[in-house]
Design a protein around this ligand. Sequence first.
Ligand code: 5GP
Ligand code: ZN
Length: 114
Amino acid sequence: MTDCLFCKIRDGEIPSEKVYENEHVLAFNDINPAAPEHILIIPKIHISTLNDLKKEHTQTMGELILAAKEIAKLKGFSELGYRTVFNCNEHGQQTVFHIHLHLLGERQMSWPPG
Ligand code: 5GP
Ligand code: ZN
């Protein structure tokens, strides 16, 4: 997609602090972190929202979650724990319409979320 912020980050047209990358996903630091560690993990293919998921995206979505696990381990906060979040559309407060998994760590989270 041509006018998508995260596609531009994927293509290097907009700079980001890259944390992790493999064939399927890219992960970079959130520009406005909500925790001491706040990483966004995106699929390399453009999918706008969770509502657009199809069966063929099963592996891609699994790769996002596996990447979160891997990054938490690499960063050293997997044992203490962390929060992963997908926001969807207005009520979910999604602001960038390229699916991303938020990975938040290094602080105590609370529940329910705001
Ligand atoms: P959403 O609200 O869509 O779930 O999350 C979008 C996230 O992208 C927000 O946490 C926001 O801080 C982050 N973000 C927005 N613009 C940029 C950017 O240009 N670079 C990076 N690294 N993160 C961004
Ligand atoms: Zn995109």
